[in-house]
Design a binder for this molecule. Structure first.
Ligand code: HT7
Ligand code: ZN
Length: 873
């Protein structure tokens, strides 16, 4: 099938000068009249056809400068509109189409969610609304007139500022919106519906007052308060940290129930998946609150990194996404705890991005080809893209990075640009040559850095050898070396930092080693004692570290490193190694387990550390991380068993102590989502998780906590822990939860997630029954992802069952979803990326399920692309 290549990029022969749209919305149909002023570019030859994109459209009328076109002057079909020989001057093209939003279940273009008309245009949804040059390098100012029945749609919104509104007769009314900022069509948005709202204002740093509103279904207004608070804090933060001020008179957010993604940064009119807006203590967890804050910030930050400066083409997606994730991570770090945020982000990277980068779906943050762009909204583009920006910030230092960002905003405001242009501003701001650094954007794969060291007491010389290798990935057999910034320190025997008098053999600036070749050997002189090296502090590069450090040295780091990230990471490494070893048949010694337990208990007892950090320290490595550490021939069932057995061995003799800490951590104050209280809860629930997985007493504690809970964080934690450990009460708790919150769809999602993670043999049968229930909302992405997405990603033992039942369950469900919403089907199927890691029997079972899916008729391009790439990998 057709592959699009970056090397084929060429500007369009025509450009769009401005766009005027007129939407007439009725219950049955929406008529869209588009007038666009178009002109040929200077280099365009007369007679060059104009080819507009379309998707599923039927042209009802067409005119140029007011005159209807003859049939021979154009060709229109579902997939586009071609003007054979457009005027060789500026002209106005007017087209008219009729849409049926009610029937649009792909949720791209104009569709209806719970009665509200809304749009999603990124990346290629605008062509489902009107014929257009639907690509991000076509920027134009838009004027949008919406007419709709007042009763069903009292609220009419589009991008920009409202310039007129009024009655349109016959029970209809209208609104006219104008967005003065030229924008690509993917940022277009329209909303029409009967919505409630909360409002507020924000005064920008130059003193302009901005009206803020969050729209939602009536009755949900009180649940939007945290989102509004997050928005105002985001606006203030972007001014303070990056000098970026908001630019329109209004900023609107709309929460909708049916949405393919988390949220969308449409200019002045963000549209959100309602799960990322609504929050009350009884129905939302601390994690939900943190996510709302993060995504509200992310979409707001796009106003500068994405909207004012956008992408030239979709290959450059991480230009806006990687950078904006970096910005939202920095925001969360400033608003909450920086070390805890970093640990959280790195854990996420290791659990989701590393497997992607090491499997059949691996691609560079800036890919060079795609069949279906929707399949490239990936953790590599987003999370690894952010890590690449973070490395730039590390290499340039805070001031240098800010200088580069200022130059980026100054030089490229109003443009659709590229990764090359982005790197150039940092070169110009710093004088550094970033041509080798650019490989991070162009090459896929997670490098492995190997560290070996030795110490010579006689000469007081410490030698550190660092090497990098990166395994081949699809279409990229060879990997020239990356530029890897290694933030580091040497720690002396008494636990304090150790200095050196000289260093040779490589580039070391302050506390950063730059590894830019295959291998370097650094020689540090004047080192008084054998040090323990602390490498990749703060996770300074997205690599895997294969270090020769013993368990003893790692436990030393866990105790003494001044870098909190590495303290955490050292313990995770010890635990992961023991679990991976045990899954491979190498039982850990009692001494190893005792030492690990003691390190955990000591961390818990350290009064200088906060609860949120301790919660991360006691969290056991995810099964996906252990599987990666094993590397090949993985049996996820054995991994799960080894993990549980080791938790049992750690917890066993410490159960009394851990229970006592658990009891001490209970909270009597009213619920607040703030970081301190949330940290306390997360530590308490982390202890509950350990006790339930690793001791007899945990199950009863979890059951008691479930019933006693006064907020969703504690209740859901108890439910999820019970389900994941399949305690005797698990089924009853799931039943209670289902009836207790039956009417709330977002809480229903939590029930679906918890249900899908049960490790027992009956889980697939229960999921089949859930899906088959006549009232299961099978067109809603949140429901489908909660059940299937979390099964595939977080229940590897049952998904990758040796009998293939888990694989077949997922491919059969995906086949059905594919007819309705290909984006959701394709995303669920990415869970099969673990295939090459599995032992042969499971691998074959996965292949067979995918082959059967591939052979079905009428599969979407989205699903076909994912299946083909996994099978080829
Ligand atoms: N930029 C937005 C991406 C997005 C999206 C992509 C594909 C299909 C539907 C979508 N909805 C939103 C979200 C973001 O990264 O901010
Ligand atoms: Zn984004």
């Amino acid at each position: 099938e057709h592959t699009i290549f970056l090397k084929d990029y060429a500007p369009t022969p025509y450009r769009v000068v401005s766009v005027d749209m007129d939407f007439k919305i009725t219950e049955a149909v929406t008529r869209v009249r588009t007038q666009m002023t178009i002109e040929p570019r200077a280099e365009t030859a007369p007679g060059t056809p104009l080819v507009l994109d379309g998707d599923g459209l039927t042209l009802d009328s067409i005119a140029i400068d007011g005159l209807p076109l003859m049939l021979s002057a154009y060709a229109a079909n579902e997939a586009g509109l071609t003007l054979v020989e457009p005027p060789f001057r500026r002209f106005v093209l007017e087209t008219e189409v009729n849409l049926k939003p009610e029937e649009n279940k792909k949720l791209m273009g104009l569709y209806r969610s719970s009665g509200t008309w809304c749009t999603q245009c990124e990346p290629e949804g605008f062509r489902r609304i009107t014929y257009y040059l639907d690509r991000p390098d076509i920027l134009a100012p838009f004027k949008v007139r919406i007419t709709a029945p007042r009763e069903v749609a009292p609220v009419l919104l589009s991008n920009g500022n409202l310039i007129e509104a009024g009655d349109a007769g016959d029970g209809m009314h209208f609104a006219l919106w104008e967005d003065p900022f030229p924008k690509p069509a993917y940022l277009f948005a329209l909303v029409a519906g009967a919505l409630g709202s909360i409002t507020d204002t924000f005064t920008t740093m130059s003193g302009r007052k901005v009206d803020l509103a969050i729209y939602c279904t009536h009755g949900k207004e009180p649940e939007c308060a945290y989102a509004m608070d997050s928005l105002k804090r985001s606006m203030a933060w972007d001014e303070k940290r990056f000098g970026r001020e908001y630019d329109l008179d209004v900023f609107n957010i709309v929460a909708v129930a049916d949405f393919n993604f988390g949220a969308m940064e449409n200019k002045g009119l963000n549209i959100f998946n309602d799960k990322l807006v609504f929050a009350l203590p009884e129905t939302a967890s601390d994690a939900n609150y943190a996510n709302i804050e993060r995504v509200i910030a992310h979409e707001y930050f796009h106003n500068w990194t994405g909207n004012r400066i956008t992408c030239r083409d979709w290959f450059q997606l991480c230009l806006k996404e990687g950078l904006t994730v970096y910005r939202d991570q920095e925001f969360s770090s400033d608003e909450r705890s920086r070390p805890v945020q970093r640990i959280h982000d790195v854990e996420n990277l290791r659990i989701t991005q590393f497997p992607e980068d090491g499997g059949p779906l691996a691609h560079p943050p800036r890919p060079d080809r795609y069949r279906e762009i929707n399949n490239f909204y990936t953790t590599t583009v987003y999370q690894k893209g952010s890590e690449v920006v973070r490395m730039l910030a590390t290499l340039l230092g805070e001031a240098g990075f800010r200088k580069g960002m200022d130059l980026y905003f100054e030089r490229h405001d109003g443009e659709a640009t590229t990764i090359e242009a982005f790197l150039k501003v940092f070169e110009d701001a710093s004088g550094l040559d970033l041509s080798q650094f650019a490989r991070w954007y162009l090459q896929a794969g997670t490098p492995t850095v190997t560290a070996n060291d030795s110490y010579d007491a006689a000469s007081q010389t410490y030698t550190l050898t660092l090497s990098q290798t990166t395994a081949p990935t699809p279409n990229q057999p060879d990997k020239p070396p990356f530029v890897i910034p290694i933030k580091f320190g040497l720690i002396g025997p008494n636990g304090s930092p150790m200095g050196w008098t000289g260093v040779s053999g490589g580039t070391v600036k302050d506390d950063i080693i730059v590894l830019d070749g295959d291998t370097i050997t650094l020689t540090f002189t004047g080192v008084a004692n054998r040090p323990v090296p602390s490498l990749f502090r703060g996770f300074s590069a997205p690599v895997r570290l294969a270090s020769s450090l013993s368990q003893q040295d790692l436990l030393f780091l866990a105790r003494h490193d001044s870098d909190p990230f590495n303290r955490w990471d050292a313990l995770q490494t010890v635990t992961t190694n023991l679990m991976a070893g045990s899954a491979a048949g190498k039982a850990p010694s009692n001494g190893d387990i005792d030492a690990l337990r003691q390190a955990i208990l000591d961390t818990l007892g350290d009064t200088s550390l906060d609860h949120a950090f301790k919660a991360q320290v006691i969290a056991m490595p995810d099964e996906a991380v252990i599987a990666r550490q094993i590397g090949a021939n993985v049996d996820p069932f054995t991994v799960a068993q080894s993990r549980k057995a080791l938790i049992g061995a750690i917890v066993g003799p410490a159960a009394d102590r851990l229970s006592a800490i658990y009891e001490d951590l209970s909270i009597n104050e009213p619920y607040s989502p703030d970081a301190a209280q949330a940290g306390r809860r997360s530590l308490r629930n982390g202890l509950l998780s350990l006790l339930t997985a690793g001791s007899e007493r945990g199950a009863a504690l979890a059951e008691a906590q479930y019933y006693a809970a006064t907020n969703m964080t504690d209740r859901y934690a108890a439910l999820a822990i019970s389900a994941r450990n399949w305690t005797p009460a698990a089924l009853a708790l799931l039943g209670d939860f289902r009836t207790r919150f039956g009417g709330d769809p977002l809480v229903f999602d939590k029930w679906l997630v918890a249900s899908s993670q049960a490790p027992d043999e009956g889980v697939i049968e229960r999921m089949r029954a859930i899906l088959a229930a006549p009232d299961f909302p099978r067109t809603n992405p949140n429901r489908l992802r909660s059940l299937l997405g979390s099964f595939v990603m977080s229940n590897p033992a049952q998904f990758a069952r040796a009998d293939g039942l888990g694989f077949r369950f997922v491919t059969e469900a995906a086949a059905e979803i594919d007819h309705v919403n290909p984006q959701v089907a394709a995303r669920v199927l990415t869970g099969f990326r673990i295939l090459p890691l599995l032992e042969p029997k499971r691998r074959e079972a996965a292949r067979a399920a995918l082959e059967a899916l591939k052979n079905l008729q009428g599969l979407s391009r989205n699903t076909g692309d994912i299946v083909d790439r996994i099978l080829a990998g």
